[in-house]
Design a protein around this ligand. Structure first.
Ligand code: PBG
Length: 326
């Protein structure tokens, strides 16, 4: 009896062979581009801890979205910086708030692009927390009411999907109820389900000016040490009516993405956050790593772990790269 020696290298010989047996691919259809919008005109302000990312006024945001669409990306997620902040984040649900106005302009100019909006209070409150504060505590149930107001105002302005990111218990149920009661049954919910309290959000907080003025977010965002608890968060959000669930950050939590994939049949989104972006950019600009290869490796590995969609600041560059390779 002849026992052939197993030679896995046989199928790795050429790029064409490798392409034939490649198990995981990233496409422009999987990518969601985060964008920051500010008040004013003709503004494109760099974000120092996020090279090549900007905060745009609405007019220039439209130009940027034109380029994004041309690159083949079909979905964006919006973050707003209001003209003023207060204790209850009232600009977050104002009819003429920055996000609400941006949404109307975007939908008029680009009716087909999928627009997702971040639903949170931290960019809009003067204390920088993601909820409503009473007696120095975050009042969970008051916060979910405000979050539902924000979500409704986004839906009214044209959002396709709202993405609650405050990590308040019951926020998805409260938002689903509010949307349904007001005739927005078709507006989807992308729940930031397993959002961990993470050092990797640092650059975003500079970009969105959303750093908490006291304390930290550990009483609402998850402890990084907990994997099983993430599964409970996901199960709860699905029961409350989430259409998609998210794990965030992505790279330090690939095991969580994998575990969620085993229990969940709805689309899974991974948020490749600002700090993950910044370190790869920094490594690349110092010539310590091959920036493009590192970026692609991260994207493929996030998908291999089980994510369907990736929110990433690399979106535009990645699309350019993918278009070149195709
Ligand atoms: C708002 C929010 C944050 C991020 C997305 N939505 C910041 C935070 O929780 O402090 C972070 C995204 C990133 O780092 O890229 N709650």
């Amino acid at each position: 009896m002849y026992y052939p020696k197993l030679r896995l290298r046989r199928l790795r010989r050429t790029e064409k062979l490798r392409g034939l047996i490649r198990e995981t691919r990233v496409s422009v259809n999987d990518i969601i581009y985060p964008l920051f919008v500010i008040e004013g005109d003709n503004l494109k302000m760099p974000i120092s801890a996020m090279p090549d990312q900007f905060r745009f006024s609405i007019d220039l945001l439209l130009e940027e979205i034109g380029q994004v669409e041309k690159a083949g990306i079909h979905a964006i997620i919006l973050f707003g910086l209001p003209k003023e902040k207060d204790a209850i984040g009232s600009q977050a649900y104002a009819i003429d708030g920055i996000i609400q106005r941006a949404l109307r302009s975007i939908k008029k100019t680009f009716p087909d692009i999928v627009v997702i909006t971040d639903v949170c209070l931290c960019e809009y409150t003067d204390h920088g927390h993601c909820g409503f504060i009473r007696d120095n505590q975050i009042d969970n149930d008051e916060s979910t009411k405000l979050l539902a107001e924000i979500a409704l105002s986004h839906a009214q302005a044209g959002a396709d999907i709202v993405a609650p990111s405050a990590m308040m218990d019951g926020q998805v149920a409260e938002i689903r109820k509010k949307l349904d009661e007001n005739g927005f049954q078709e507006t989807g919910i992308m729940a930031y389900s397993a959002k961990f309290s993470s050092a990797f959000y640092g650059p975003f907080r500079e970009a969105a000016d959303s750093c908490p003025k006291f304390g930290d977010r550990k009483s609402y965002q998850m402890d990084m040490a907990n994997g099983r608890e993430a599964l409970r968060e996901v199960e709860l959000d699905i029961a409350e009516g989430a259409d998609m669930v998210m794990i965030k950050p992505a790279l330090p939590f690939l095991d969580v993405i994998y575990r969620v994939r085993q229990i969940c049949h709805c689309p899974i989104v991974a948020y490749n956050v600002s700090g993950e972006y910044a370190i790869i950019k920094a490594g690349g600009s110092a010539n310590w790593i091959d920036y493009k290869e590192a970026m692609l490796e991260c994207m493929i590995c996030i998908k291999r772990a089980g994510a369907d969609l990736i929110i990433t600041y690399f979106a535009k560059e990645l699309a350019k790269y993918l278009n070149e390779v195709e």
